[in-house]
Write a protein that binds this ligand. Structure first.
Ligand SMILES: NC(=O)c1ccc[n+]([C@@H]2O[C@H](COP(=O)([O-])OP(=O)(O)OC[C@H]3O[C@@H](n4cnc5c(N)ncnc54)[C@H](OP(=O)(O)O)[C@@H]3O)[C@@H](O)[C@H]2O)c1
Length: 320
Protein backbone atom coordinates (compact mmCIF):
# COMPACT_ATOMS: atom_id res chain seq x y z
CA UNK A 1 0.00 0.00 0.00
CA UNK A 2 1.46 3.40 -0.86
CA UNK A 3 0.97 6.55 1.23
CA UNK A 4 -1.95 7.91 -0.81
CA UNK A 5 -3.70 4.56 -0.64
CA UNK A 6 -3.25 4.43 3.13
CA UNK A 7 -4.69 7.94 3.52
CA UNK A 8 -7.66 6.99 1.35
CA UNK A 9 -8.20 3.84 3.36
CA UNK A 10 -8.10 5.55 6.76
CA UNK A 11 -10.36 8.40 5.63
CA UNK A 12 -13.08 5.81 4.83
CA UNK A 13 -15.19 8.23 2.74
CA UNK A 14 -12.23 8.88 0.46
CA UNK A 15 -11.37 5.21 0.04
CA UNK A 16 -14.74 3.51 -0.20
CA UNK A 17 -16.40 6.03 -2.50
CA UNK A 18 -15.97 6.26 -6.24
CA UNK A 19 -13.25 8.87 -5.57
CA UNK A 20 -11.08 6.21 -3.95
CA UNK A 21 -11.75 3.85 -6.80
CA UNK A 22 -10.81 6.49 -9.38
CA UNK A 23 -7.60 7.41 -7.56
CA UNK A 24 -6.46 3.79 -7.25
CA UNK A 25 -7.60 2.58 -10.67
CA UNK A 26 -5.21 5.05 -12.30
CA UNK A 27 -2.33 2.89 -11.09
CA UNK A 28 -3.71 -0.43 -12.33
CA UNK A 29 -2.56 -1.91 -15.60
CA UNK A 30 -5.27 -2.23 -18.26
CA UNK A 31 -3.76 -5.66 -18.91
CA UNK A 32 -4.44 -6.98 -15.41
CA UNK A 33 -6.51 -9.04 -15.60
CA UNK A 34 -5.44 -9.55 -19.19
CA UNK A 35 -8.14 -9.94 -21.85
CA UNK A 36 -9.07 -13.60 -22.19
CA UNK A 37 -7.62 -14.46 -18.77
CA UNK A 38 -10.71 -16.51 -17.87
CA UNK A 39 -10.89 -18.43 -21.15
CA UNK A 40 -11.49 -22.10 -20.30
CA UNK A 41 -12.42 -21.16 -16.77
CA UNK A 42 -15.78 -21.51 -15.05
CA UNK A 43 -16.81 -19.19 -12.26
CA UNK A 44 -19.95 -19.58 -10.14
CA UNK A 45 -21.29 -16.33 -8.69
CA UNK A 46 -23.97 -16.33 -5.99
CA UNK A 47 -26.31 -13.37 -5.77
CA UNK A 48 -25.82 -12.92 -9.50
CA UNK A 49 -29.38 -11.65 -10.04
CA UNK A 50 -28.64 -8.11 -8.87
CA UNK A 51 -26.07 -5.38 -8.30
CA UNK A 52 -22.47 -6.40 -7.82
CA UNK A 53 -23.07 -10.10 -8.52
CA UNK A 54 -24.61 -9.39 -11.93
CA UNK A 55 -21.65 -7.12 -12.73
CA UNK A 56 -19.17 -9.82 -11.65
CA UNK A 57 -20.90 -12.36 -13.91
CA UNK A 58 -20.75 -9.96 -16.85
CA UNK A 59 -17.08 -9.32 -16.09
CA UNK A 60 -16.33 -13.06 -16.08
CA UNK A 61 -17.82 -13.31 -19.57
CA UNK A 62 -15.93 -10.23 -20.75
CA UNK A 63 -12.71 -11.97 -19.68
CA UNK A 64 -13.65 -15.01 -21.77
CA UNK A 65 -14.94 -17.25 -18.98
CA UNK A 66 -18.08 -19.24 -18.40
CA UNK A 67 -20.28 -17.67 -15.72
CA UNK A 68 -22.71 -19.67 -13.64
CA UNK A 69 -25.36 -17.36 -12.27
CA UNK A 70 -26.54 -18.67 -8.92
CA UNK A 71 -29.83 -17.06 -7.95
CA UNK A 72 -33.10 -17.69 -6.17
CA UNK A 73 -35.37 -16.39 -8.84
CA UNK A 74 -35.53 -17.84 -12.37
CA UNK A 75 -36.92 -14.67 -13.98
CA UNK A 76 -34.26 -12.43 -12.48
CA UNK A 77 -31.51 -14.86 -13.46
CA UNK A 78 -32.91 -15.07 -17.00
CA UNK A 79 -32.95 -11.26 -17.20
CA UNK A 80 -29.28 -11.03 -16.16
CA UNK A 81 -28.33 -13.71 -18.68
CA UNK A 82 -30.26 -11.93 -21.44
CA UNK A 83 -28.55 -8.66 -20.57
CA UNK A 84 -25.09 -10.30 -20.74
CA UNK A 85 -25.95 -12.03 -24.02
CA UNK A 86 -27.21 -8.76 -25.52
CA UNK A 87 -23.62 -7.54 -25.20
CA UNK A 88 -21.81 -10.84 -25.84
CA UNK A 89 -23.83 -13.03 -28.17
CA UNK A 90 -21.63 -16.10 -27.64
CA UNK A 91 -21.49 -15.72 -23.87
CA UNK A 92 -21.23 -18.93 -21.91
CA UNK A 93 -23.73 -18.30 -19.11
CA UNK A 94 -25.52 -20.98 -17.14
CA UNK A 95 -28.09 -20.62 -14.38
CA UNK A 96 -28.41 -22.66 -11.19
CA UNK A 97 -31.14 -21.87 -8.70
CA UNK A 98 -30.63 -22.06 -4.94
CA UNK A 99 -31.25 -20.19 -1.74
CA UNK A 100 -27.79 -20.22 -0.18
CA UNK A 101 -29.20 -19.87 3.36
CA UNK A 102 -30.94 -23.27 3.02
CA UNK A 103 -28.55 -26.19 3.64
CA UNK A 104 -30.61 -28.68 1.65
CA UNK A 105 -30.63 -26.35 -1.34
CA UNK A 106 -26.89 -25.77 -0.91
CA UNK A 107 -26.30 -29.53 -1.02
CA UNK A 108 -28.30 -29.78 -4.25
CA UNK A 109 -26.49 -26.74 -5.65
CA UNK A 110 -23.13 -28.36 -4.90
CA UNK A 111 -24.23 -31.47 -6.81
CA UNK A 112 -25.29 -29.30 -9.76
CA UNK A 113 -22.06 -27.27 -9.73
CA UNK A 114 -19.99 -30.46 -9.52
CA UNK A 115 -21.27 -31.16 -13.04
CA UNK A 116 -19.13 -28.27 -14.32
CA UNK A 117 -15.37 -28.04 -14.44
CA UNK A 118 -15.56 -25.34 -11.84
CA UNK A 119 -12.56 -23.14 -11.13
CA UNK A 120 -13.84 -20.42 -8.86
CA UNK A 121 -16.66 -19.67 -6.47
CA UNK A 122 -17.65 -16.14 -5.61
CA UNK A 123 -19.83 -15.99 -2.50
CA UNK A 124 -21.51 -12.69 -3.20
CA UNK A 125 -25.15 -13.23 -2.10
CA UNK A 126 -25.96 -10.77 0.66
CA UNK A 127 -28.81 -9.60 2.89
CA UNK A 128 -29.46 -7.09 5.64
CA UNK A 129 -32.72 -8.21 7.27
CA UNK A 130 -34.62 -5.33 8.95
CA UNK A 131 -35.73 -7.63 11.77
CA UNK A 132 -34.34 -10.86 13.16
CA UNK A 133 -35.18 -13.56 10.66
CA UNK A 134 -34.20 -17.21 10.62
CA UNK A 135 -33.19 -19.52 7.81
CA UNK A 136 -35.22 -22.69 7.27
CA UNK A 137 -32.95 -24.52 9.70
CA UNK A 138 -33.19 -21.84 12.38
CA UNK A 139 -30.06 -19.71 11.98
CA UNK A 140 -30.01 -15.92 11.95
CA UNK A 141 -30.37 -15.04 8.28
CA UNK A 142 -27.28 -12.92 7.66
CA UNK A 143 -25.13 -15.57 9.37
CA UNK A 144 -26.76 -18.29 7.28
CA UNK A 145 -26.39 -16.35 4.02
CA UNK A 146 -22.90 -14.91 4.45
CA UNK A 147 -21.17 -17.64 6.45
CA UNK A 148 -22.93 -21.00 6.83
CA UNK A 149 -24.13 -21.48 3.24
CA UNK A 150 -20.84 -20.40 1.62
CA UNK A 151 -18.80 -22.59 3.99
CA UNK A 152 -21.00 -25.61 3.33
CA UNK A 153 -21.01 -25.04 -0.44
CA UNK A 154 -17.23 -24.69 -0.65
CA UNK A 155 -16.66 -27.73 1.54
CA UNK A 156 -18.98 -29.83 -0.61
CA UNK A 157 -17.22 -28.65 -3.77
CA UNK A 158 -13.64 -28.68 -2.61
CA UNK A 159 -12.78 -31.99 -4.26
CA UNK A 160 -14.18 -30.68 -7.53
CA UNK A 161 -12.23 -27.42 -7.11
CA UNK A 162 -9.07 -29.46 -6.57
CA UNK A 163 -9.26 -30.50 -10.25
CA UNK A 164 -8.80 -26.87 -11.31
CA UNK A 165 -5.26 -25.67 -12.01
CA UNK A 166 -5.85 -22.54 -9.95
CA UNK A 167 -9.01 -22.68 -7.84
CA UNK A 168 -10.10 -19.50 -6.09
CA UNK A 169 -12.86 -18.83 -3.58
CA UNK A 170 -13.91 -15.26 -2.88
CA UNK A 171 -16.14 -14.05 -0.04
CA UNK A 172 -17.84 -10.73 -0.71
CA UNK A 173 -17.43 -9.25 2.72
CA UNK A 174 -17.82 -5.62 3.70
CA UNK A 175 -15.98 -2.72 5.28
CA UNK A 176 -18.95 -2.76 7.66
CA UNK A 177 -17.14 -5.60 9.44
CA UNK A 178 -14.65 -3.05 10.81
CA UNK A 179 -17.39 -1.80 13.14
CA UNK A 180 -18.10 -5.23 14.68
CA UNK A 181 -16.34 -7.36 17.25
CA UNK A 182 -16.37 -11.12 16.84
CA UNK A 183 -19.67 -12.24 18.46
CA UNK A 184 -18.13 -15.21 20.24
CA UNK A 185 -20.97 -15.63 22.74
CA UNK A 186 -23.90 -14.90 20.46
CA UNK A 187 -23.34 -15.66 16.76
CA UNK A 188 -27.11 -16.09 16.33
CA UNK A 189 -27.85 -12.60 17.68
CA UNK A 190 -30.30 -13.84 20.31
CA UNK A 191 -29.53 -11.18 22.93
CA UNK A 192 -29.90 -7.41 22.75
CA UNK A 193 -32.00 -5.35 20.38
CA UNK A 194 -31.64 -6.71 16.86
CA UNK A 195 -30.29 -4.28 14.32
CA UNK A 196 -29.91 -5.48 10.74
CA UNK A 197 -26.77 -3.45 10.08
CA UNK A 198 -25.18 -4.90 13.25
CA UNK A 199 -26.09 -8.47 12.35
CA UNK A 200 -24.73 -7.86 8.86
CA UNK A 201 -21.45 -6.43 10.19
CA UNK A 202 -21.03 -9.32 12.65
CA UNK A 203 -21.53 -11.94 9.96
CA UNK A 204 -19.05 -10.17 7.69
CA UNK A 205 -16.60 -10.00 10.62
CA UNK A 206 -16.97 -13.76 11.05
CA UNK A 207 -16.15 -14.28 7.35
CA UNK A 208 -12.89 -12.38 7.71
CA UNK A 209 -11.99 -13.88 11.09
CA UNK A 210 -12.23 -17.39 9.65
CA UNK A 211 -9.93 -16.67 6.70
CA UNK A 212 -6.76 -18.28 8.13
CA UNK A 213 -8.69 -21.41 9.12
CA UNK A 214 -10.35 -21.66 5.71
CA UNK A 215 -7.02 -21.08 3.94
CA UNK A 216 -5.57 -24.05 5.87
CA UNK A 217 -8.67 -26.14 5.42
CA UNK A 218 -8.72 -25.84 1.63
CA UNK A 219 -4.95 -25.58 1.03
CA UNK A 220 -4.56 -29.25 0.11
CA UNK A 221 -7.04 -28.67 -2.75
CA UNK A 222 -4.88 -25.74 -3.92
CA UNK A 223 -7.62 -23.22 -3.17
CA UNK A 224 -6.71 -19.55 -2.75
CA UNK A 225 -9.40 -18.08 -0.50
CA UNK A 226 -9.94 -14.36 -0.08
CA UNK A 227 -12.48 -11.97 1.37
CA UNK A 228 -12.96 -8.46 0.10
CA UNK A 229 -14.79 -5.16 0.46
CA UNK A 230 -16.24 -3.76 -2.78
CA UNK A 231 -16.49 -0.17 -1.57
CA UNK A 232 -19.80 1.69 -1.31
CA UNK A 233 -21.71 0.62 -4.37
CA UNK A 234 -24.97 1.88 -5.90
CA UNK A 235 -27.07 -1.30 -6.02
CA UNK A 236 -30.71 -2.28 -5.42
CA UNK A 237 -29.52 -3.80 -2.12
CA UNK A 238 -28.22 -0.47 -0.82
CA UNK A 239 -31.33 1.39 -2.01
CA UNK A 240 -33.61 -1.12 -0.23
CA UNK A 241 -31.67 -1.74 2.97
CA UNK A 242 -30.00 1.64 3.53
CA UNK A 243 -32.19 4.28 1.82
CA UNK A 244 -30.83 7.08 4.05
CA UNK A 245 -27.24 6.17 3.19
CA UNK A 246 -28.14 6.03 -0.49
CA UNK A 247 -29.63 9.55 -0.29
CA UNK A 248 -26.65 11.06 1.53
CA UNK A 249 -23.85 9.20 -0.24
CA UNK A 250 -25.60 8.84 -3.63
CA UNK A 251 -23.23 10.89 -5.80
CA UNK A 252 -20.21 9.24 -4.16
CA UNK A 253 -21.32 5.65 -4.64
CA UNK A 254 -19.44 3.40 -7.01
CA UNK A 255 -21.04 1.74 -10.02
CA UNK A 256 -21.76 -2.00 -9.80
CA UNK A 257 -18.88 -2.57 -12.25
CA UNK A 258 -16.49 -0.67 -9.98
CA UNK A 259 -17.76 -2.68 -7.01
CA UNK A 260 -17.14 -5.88 -8.98
CA UNK A 261 -13.56 -4.98 -9.87
CA UNK A 262 -11.63 -6.53 -6.98
CA UNK A 263 -13.65 -9.77 -7.09
CA UNK A 264 -12.87 -10.11 -10.78
CA UNK A 265 -9.24 -9.23 -10.26
CA UNK A 266 -8.90 -11.77 -7.44
CA UNK A 267 -10.46 -14.38 -9.73
CA UNK A 268 -8.56 -13.58 -12.90
CA UNK A 269 -5.19 -11.99 -12.19
CA UNK A 270 -2.16 -14.03 -13.18
CA UNK A 271 -0.42 -12.85 -10.00
CA UNK A 272 0.07 -15.52 -7.37
CA UNK A 273 -1.88 -14.27 -4.39
CA UNK A 274 -1.52 -15.29 -0.75
CA UNK A 275 -4.47 -17.22 0.63
CA UNK A 276 -6.51 -16.13 3.62
CA UNK A 277 -6.34 -12.34 3.29
CA UNK A 278 -8.82 -9.45 3.24
CA UNK A 279 -8.73 -7.22 0.14
CA UNK A 280 -10.11 -3.90 -1.04
CA UNK A 281 -9.27 -2.24 -4.34
CA UNK A 282 -6.73 -4.93 -5.22
CA UNK A 283 -4.69 -4.49 -2.03
CA UNK A 284 -4.51 -6.52 1.17
CA UNK A 285 -6.11 -4.50 3.95
CA UNK A 286 -5.93 -4.71 7.75
CA UNK A 287 -8.63 -6.63 9.62
CA UNK A 288 -8.99 -4.00 12.34
CA UNK A 289 -9.07 -0.23 12.64
CA UNK A 290 -10.92 0.01 15.96
CA UNK A 291 -9.33 -1.30 19.17
CA UNK A 292 -12.57 -2.87 20.44
CA UNK A 293 -12.79 -5.32 17.54
CA UNK A 294 -9.60 -7.28 18.18
CA UNK A 295 -9.91 -10.93 19.15
CA UNK A 296 -7.65 -13.74 20.26
CA UNK A 297 -6.77 -16.98 18.50
CA UNK A 298 -8.89 -18.75 21.12
CA UNK A 299 -11.85 -16.56 20.06
CA UNK A 300 -11.22 -17.41 16.41
CA UNK A 301 -11.20 -21.12 17.20
CA UNK A 302 -14.31 -20.80 19.35
CA UNK A 303 -16.19 -19.13 16.49
CA UNK A 304 -14.94 -21.80 14.11
CA UNK A 305 -16.24 -24.60 16.32
CA UNK A 306 -19.68 -22.97 16.51
CA UNK A 307 -19.82 -22.07 12.82
CA UNK A 308 -18.58 -25.42 11.54
CA UNK A 309 -21.20 -27.21 13.65
CA UNK A 310 -23.96 -24.86 12.46
CA UNK A 311 -22.90 -25.29 8.82
CA UNK A 312 -22.78 -29.07 9.20
CA UNK A 313 -19.12 -29.41 8.23
CA UNK A 314 -16.34 -31.09 10.17
CA UNK A 315 -13.97 -28.95 12.23
CA UNK A 316 -10.95 -31.22 11.73
CA UNK A 317 -8.47 -28.45 10.88
CA UNK A 318 -9.11 -26.64 14.12
CA UNK A 319 -5.88 -27.64 15.83
CA UNK A 320 -5.36 -26.33 19.36
N1 LIG B 1 -23.47 -2.36 -2.25
C1 LIG B 1 -22.54 -2.08 -1.35
O1 LIG B 1 -22.20 -0.90 -1.09
C2 LIG B 1 -21.86 -3.19 -0.62
C3 LIG B 1 -20.85 -2.84 0.31
C4 LIG B 1 -20.20 -3.86 0.98
C5 LIG B 1 -20.50 -5.18 0.70
N2 LIG B 1 -21.49 -5.47 -0.19
C6 LIG B 1 -21.80 -6.89 -0.42
O2 LIG B 1 -21.86 -7.15 -1.80
C7 LIG B 1 -22.75 -8.25 -2.04
C8 LIG B 1 -23.74 -7.88 -3.12
O3 LIG B 1 -24.50 -6.78 -2.65
P1 LIG B 1 -25.35 -5.81 -3.58
O4 LIG B 1 -25.13 -4.45 -3.02
O5 LIG B 1 -25.10 -6.10 -5.01
O6 LIG B 1 -26.83 -6.26 -3.13
P2 LIG B 1 -28.16 -6.66 -3.93
O7 LIG B 1 -28.35 -5.75 -5.07
O8 LIG B 1 -29.22 -6.70 -2.88
O9 LIG B 1 -27.85 -8.13 -4.41
C9 LIG B 1 -27.84 -9.18 -3.47
C10 LIG B 1 -27.93 -10.48 -4.21
O10 LIG B 1 -27.86 -11.53 -3.25
C11 LIG B 1 -28.93 -12.44 -3.54
N3 LIG B 1 -29.32 -13.17 -2.34
C12 LIG B 1 -29.64 -12.68 -1.13
N4 LIG B 1 -29.94 -13.69 -0.29
C13 LIG B 1 -29.80 -14.83 -0.99
C14 LIG B 1 -29.96 -16.19 -0.67
N5 LIG B 1 -30.34 -16.57 0.55
N6 LIG B 1 -29.73 -17.10 -1.63
C15 LIG B 1 -29.35 -16.73 -2.86
N7 LIG B 1 -29.18 -15.45 -3.23
C16 LIG B 1 -29.40 -14.51 -2.30
C17 LIG B 1 -30.04 -11.56 -4.08
O11 LIG B 1 -30.97 -12.38 -4.76
P3 LIG B 1 -32.46 -11.89 -5.13
O12 LIG B 1 -32.33 -11.19 -6.45
O13 LIG B 1 -33.21 -13.17 -5.19
O14 LIG B 1 -32.90 -10.99 -4.00
C18 LIG B 1 -29.24 -10.65 -4.99
O15 LIG B 1 -28.94 -11.30 -6.21
C19 LIG B 1 -23.40 -8.58 -0.70
O16 LIG B 1 -22.73 -9.66 -0.09
C20 LIG B 1 -23.16 -7.31 0.11
O17 LIG B 1 -23.13 -7.57 1.48
C21 LIG B 1 -22.17 -4.51 -0.86
Amino acid sequence: MNALDTVLDRSVIGGYSRLGYAARARRWSAKDPRPGSLADRTVAVTGATSGIGAAIAAGVVELGGQAILVGRDRDRADAVRASIRSRHSNAKVEIELADVSDPAQVTTLAEQLAGYEIDSLIHNAGVMPPERTESVDGHELSLATHVLGPLRLTDLLVERLAHSVDPRVIFMSSGGMYTAALPTDDIEYRSGRYRGARAYARSKRIQTALLPILADRWASAGVMVAAMHPGWVDTPGVADSLPGFKTVAGPLLRSAEEGADTALWLTATSETLPSGRFWHDREIRPLHYLPGTRFSEADRRAIWRTVSAAAGVGEELDKP
